[in-house]
Design a protein around this ligand. Structure first.
Ligand SMILES: [Fe+2]
Ligand SMILES: [Fe+2]
Length: 314
């Protein structure tokens, strides 16, 4: 497929010259399948091209960092990032399993939804691999810096798989998780003085933005199909951005005790180091994601709540 298919899903198969265009996220996946006749093999090709185009080396980026130049703040941020990234593998494992189960559930009932689910499960292998880079780079840096090691029992605890939820809700939650991660890494990059460390944080933040884009595309595909309701995306967004919601992370007055899985931002340990949490930036990105997923514009926490209430018929 070429870029035409992304903007014009009616582009003919013969017109497609897959290697002639810049790889990109297929953000009109429902139309690409229904109107463009796009197959899962073609979608996998696009995913592979983008993944390959974005590869980077953990070994190389670590070697560009001057460990002696890192501040106490850098060290704390690296240590927390390593812990946080440990929880991404169970997230990706869960999406792979859930997407395949949902694909089979929809087969025969709505084959386009089944294909979107399979495309999502297929992409999760790239997501998992990219998150592996993040986890290993920060934990290895922590180790080089002599920061407290992660005991195996804790490593295993962080691998606990999240409980299952409806697929649009799951994808929206993942959109928000990627936004939070991307903004946090952006803050870390801004505060880092060492050019090597700054480049690493920027690279990871760019990966998280790309992941956000994929989750938005799959979520939009489900809403476009008519099989999933926009209200579910708004319900999850509201849960995060409401006053005292999960977006406020570790700074909330009250944090729920969970024994099902580890929610990494409940566990951040900052000591005397403060990192701005850039709540407004996160909110703006969440509003924009909601618009891209559902087509509905919102620009404040109140509007998210009102829209959610309207959609559920309150
Ligand atoms: Fe990550
Ligand atoms: Fe990510």
């Amino acid at each position: 497929m070429n870029t035409d298919l992304r903007t014009d899903p009616l582009a003919t198969r013969h017109a497609r010259r897959p290697t002639s265009t810049k790889p990109a996220i297929l953000d009109e996946i429902h139309r690409a399948i229904t109107e463009g006749g796009c197959t899962l093999t073609e979608i996998a090709w696009e995913q592979q091209r983008l993944h390959e185009a974005r590869r980077w080396s953990v070994v190389e980026l670590i070697s560009n960092i001057d460990l002696e130049r890192l501040s106490e703040g850098d060290r704390v941020r690296i240590w927390n990032a390593g812990r946080a990234e440990l929880t991404t593998k169970p997230g990706a494992d869960r999406v792979a399993r859930l997407a395949d189960a949902e694909c089979r559930r929809w087969q025969g009932e709505d084959d386009v939804v089944a294909a979107i689910m399979q495309a999502c499960g297929t992409w999760s292998r790239y997501w998992n691999e990219e998150e592996a880079h993040h986890e290993v780079v920060f934990n290895q840096l922590s180790s080089f810096l002599g920061l407290p090691a992660i005991p195996d029992v804790e490593f295993i605890e962080y691998r606990k798989v999240f409980p299952d939820d409806e697929m649009l809700r799951t994808l929206t939650l993942l959109v928000i998780s990627e936004i939070v991660a991307a903004v946090n890494y952006g803050q870390c990059a801004m505060l880092a003085e060492d050019p090597g460390l700054r480049a690493l944080f920027k690279q990871v933040a760019a990966d998280e933005i790309q992941h956000m884009g994929y989750f938005i595309a799959f979520a939009k595909g489900l809403v476009d199909s008519g099989a999933y309701q926009a209200k579910e995306a708004f319900a999850v967004a509201h849960f995060f951005i409401r006053e005292g919601g999960d977006l406020y992370g570790v700074k909330r007055d009250r944090i729920e005790e969970r024994d099902t899985h580890v929610n990494w931002w409940d566990h951040l340990e900052h000591g005397d180091v403060s990192t701005p949490d850039a709540i407004e930036r996160k909110q703006t990105l969440i509003f924009s994601a909601l618009k891209r997923i559902t087509g509905i514009s919102v620009s404040s926490v109140e509007e998210v709540e009102d829209t959610w209430m309207d959609l559920v018929g309150c």
